[in-house]
Design a protein. Structure first.
Length: 128
């Protein structure tokens, strides 16, 4: 007999119970359906994105991309997977469209390269 319980109720039970047996059963079920791993992964990605955004905001020293200005170059670092490894591809300039989240754009190429060189691991954790 299967009983369908909404995921938000399962999550609430999991986070509020002190019953070890119930916690164990809930952990097993939430892991089976991928909920626990997805939540942890999403939380980690959010934390890394926030760190990277704060670093970039600091490096930009008040500069913000203006997407209405097609003449303004907005720099970003691009990465790819090559032979199962995360590798830097190049630093590019966007002027008329959005390729990455707006908080990941940098004011100039020099700053973008500095960011890539010094915060490569954060980029890797975020994208991977």
């Amino acid at each position: 007999m299967n009983i369908n319980i909404p995921i938000d109720l399962l999550d609430e039970l999991y986070n509020t119970t002190s019953n070890i047996k119930l916690k164990s059963v809930l952990t097993k079920r939430l892991t089976e359906i991928g909920f626990i791993n997805n939540v942890k992964t999403n939380n980690n990605k959010c934390q890394i994105f926030i760190k990277l955004s704060i670093i970039i905001e600091s490096l930009n020293e008040g500069w913000k991309p203006d997407f209405n200005d097609k003449n303004q170059c907005k720099y970003y670092n691009w990465f790819r997977i090559e032979n199962r490894k995360f590798v830097f591809d190049d630093t590019y300039c966007d002027s008329g469209h959005i390729t990455v989240p707006s908080t990941l754009y940098l004011k100039d190429k020099k700053t973008a390269i500095y960011c890539k060189n010094n915060f490569y691991e954060l980029y890797k954790e975020y994208y991977m």
